[in-house]
Design a protein around this ligand. Structure first.
Ligand SMILES: NC(N)=O
Length: 683
């Protein structure tokens, strides 16, 4: 696939894949033990396993979002588009995949308003629209998980193989299996804590590359040297469609086309993916919006900073004796970044890249595993196989499904590898296959007038027409030759992506306007809602909801009425009580999410890139310097948000656990968490 020489021994590949997997499994066991012993949250509770008792603070949720959204592609494909299109590639990659996370803040607020106790977004679809819509949209949800997971495995295994010579087949299976072990042990909360540690190390390595390339490397080492090398590279290899053939301009036609494909594809992989809904579900209701806005802003810096560093370095170092030659297939597999890292820092650069990539892949894999496990547990097993499943059965099923999907991930990665489909190809294709469901899903959860058949027809029709238009465009542009190479071109992919999302959206919206439903979201608010024993008003409301809702999907848990202890009850049952749910506050949060995410979206994908595209400027040293400095500042801001802020917000919990451990050290058993209510009841 590539002529990149393996810089590290095979043992390093196995060491990282197996060693780090085992290290995090051990860490997870430790965290779960500490959590169970010193806090109110017990990992043996099914709500805690899948939704962290809906109690996680915004900094940790933001770190979890960054971690789930940092794929192999975030590091590799962003650098590949920098390598191909110059500075516009990192901008389009970063902005074109940030805006969805920002906009998702609105959906997260609506989820908390309309179905605060759902486990999955599909539960809402099932309760609102019944079995047919549930199964059809589940197809899109699971297809998203499979495509994202395959990209993770393909990107991870391609890099491990390129850098160490490790067997690709072994990498395809060892990566997800190692992660599955620690997800099963820890569940959602420990996964978020692990995400936090991953993200911290990830930023440390990204800063190492930033400073190496722009400050210390003897090969580049400064902004002006990078500028000089990129200018020289454009003379020998001008970029087709770029102003002056330069790498130093936002006027890049192919960069712009990639930008549009990127925006559409990433809408699909955020809105259709349970992993992002799951973080909203795990979040405290009052801080969900904040978490998504912070997560999106922080995430931007990862692809932007790394691709502006390693992707451009791969161009600048072309012809350097340490720089491997990159074939088109190697670029599609995402290898410019690892190749540049090895050229800049030799074995330590390759090792740092390997660890960076492995951490990104494992944390995103953990998000996918727990997401699919939740869908298979709640939307397949509980809904269709065993509606009366006990707590233990649900928890066990959650564990089995994590292991099952780890194997599915390995097989999918392997199948795509053998048929020659790379991570880069899948990245461009994801919007064509998944984009049609974006608007229907968003409408189902947010809009009472959304029409069931309009949304279902939009999703299916958009898929069919998206795939057909993509194939027709491929045939027309390539003398009727349709294969992996021709179908992966920018124009066919752009056609398929645009048709899929537009057809899905237009059918769903127009049909809903012509035949609006008048759905009462009290019905979805009743999903998994606690029955307030002794509260007659609450019971009456509950009964009226039951009358409205004829399908019987909702289940009810009984908790005592005591609004003062609502939060503690939530900790024990993992459900959000009415006392905790401040609808007025959530409406205000939704309004804030709407205007702030829309303003940021317009700035990031319209005002900045299109005005720079229109100006056709090729940057001089100072302009390029400003661009790079913005990347540095953004990366520092991001590290503050996802590394320091979670520690600060959790200081009380960390002190509580610390005190428990110290007490245990002096008097074994005395530091254990004691439930205040149990404590009050005489034995
Ligand atoms: N998560 C992405 N699109 O890198």
């Amino acid at each position: 696939m590539s002529s990149v020489a393996t810089v590290l021994p095979q043992g390093a590949g196995y060491g990282v894949v197996v060693g780090i997997g085992l290290f995090f499994s051990a860490l997870m066991i430790g965290i779960s033990y500490v959590q169970g012993r010193y806090t109110a949250f017990k990992p043996s509770n099914s709500e805690e396993f899948s939704s962290a008792s809906r109690s996680v603070k915004p900094g940790l949720i933001a770190a979890g979002i960054v971690s789930a959204w940092t794929w192999a592609a975030t590091l590799l494909q962003s650098s590949a588009v920098a390598y191909e299109y110059g500075i516009s590639g990192p901008w389009w990659y970063a902005s074109g995949a940030t805006v969805q996370v920002l906009l998702f803040a609105m959906l997260a607020a609506k989820l908390k308003m309309n179905a605060p106790n759902a486990h999955t977004w599909l539960e809402i679809v099932g309760v609102r629209w019944g079995t047919a819509a549930h199964l059809i949209l589940m197809f899109f949800g699971l297809a998203t998980n499979i495509i994202v997971s395959s990209m993770l495995i393909l990107g991870g295994s391609a890099t491990v193989t390129a850098l160490t010579g490790m067997n690709t087949l072994a990498a395809c299976f060892l990566i997800p299996v190692g992660v599955a072990i620690y997800v099963v042990v820890g569940g959602m909360r420990s996964t978020l804590i692990c995400d936090y540690t991953h993200t911290t190390v990830l930023f440390a390595i990204i800063f190492t590359f930033l400073f190496t390339v722009y400050a210390t490397s003897p090969k580049i080492g400064s902004i002006s040297k990078m500028h000089e090398l990129l200018t020289a590279a454009a003379i020998t290899n001008p970029v087709s469609g770029n102003a002056g053939g330069s790498y130093l301009t936002m006027r890049s036609l192919n960069g712009l086309i990639f930008g549009v494909i990127n925006i559409i594809g990433n809408f699909a992989t955020v809105f259709n993916d349970q992993a992002y809904w799951q973080r909203a579900i795990a979040s405290r209701p009052e801080t969900t919006v904040k978490a998504y806005l912070l997560g999106g802003i922080a995430w931007f810096s990862i692809p932007f900073g790394l691709a502006t560093t390693l992707g451009l370095a791969a161009v600048a170092l072309k012809g350097d004796p340490d720089m491997g030659i990159l074939s088109p297939a190697a670029v599609s597999a995402g290898l410019p970044a690892p190749t540049a890292a090895a050229a800049l820092l030799g074995q330590s650069g390759a090792a740092a890249m390997l660890v960076l990539l492995f951490l990104a892949v494992t944390s995103a894999t953990s998000a996918e595993l727990i997401a699919v496990s939740s869908i298979l547990t709640y939307d397949v097993y509980k809904r269709y196989v065993n509606p009366l499943a006990t707590e233990v059965q649900i928890l066990n099923m959650g564990h089995y499904m994590v292991a099952f999907f780890a194997l599915v991930m390995g097989f999918c990665g392997l199948i795509f590898f053998y048929i020659g489909v790379s991570m880069g190809w899948l990245y461009l294709f994801m919007g064509t296959f998944l984009g049609s469901a974006v608007v229907p899903i968003a409408l189902c959860i947010t809009w009472s007038k959304a029409n069931k058949w309009g949304c279902v027809t939009g999703a299916v029709g958009g898929l069919v027409l998206g795939v057909m238009s993509w194939l027709v465009a491929t045939a027309k542009l390539n003398d009727n030759v349709i294969n992996v190479v021709t179908s992966g071109g920018n124009y066919p992919m752009l056609t398929g992506n645009l048709v899929a999302i537009a057809v899905g959206g237009i059918i769903a919206v127009v049909w809903s306007l012509l035949a609006p439903e008048n759905f009462d979201f009290d019905i979805t608010r009743a999903i998994n809602k606690p029955v307030l024993v002794g509260a007659s008003e609450g019971l009456e409301k509950e009964e009226s909801i039951e009358e409205k809702k004829k399908t019987g999907e909702s289940e009810h848990k009984t908790v005592p009425v005591d609004e003062e202890h609502a939060y503690e009850s939530a900790h024990k049952t993992g459900i959000t009580s009415a006392a905790e749910l401040n609808l007025a506050g959530l409406k205000q949060a939704f309004r804030f999410a709407a205007w702030s995410s829309l303003v940021l979206t317009i700035i990031l994908v319209i005002i900045i890139p299109l005005s720079l595209f229109g100006s056709s400027v090729v940057y001089g040293v100072s302009g390029f310097g400003a661009w790079v400095v913005i990347g540095f500042i953004w990366a520092f801001l991001a590290a503050f948000i996802v590394v320091l802020y979670p520690l600060w917000e959790s200081r009380a919990g960390i002190i509580m656990v610390g005190k428990g451990i110290v007490k245990d050290m002096f008097k074994p058993g005395s530091g254990k968490y004691v439930d205040p209510e149990e404590d009050a009841v005489p034995a």
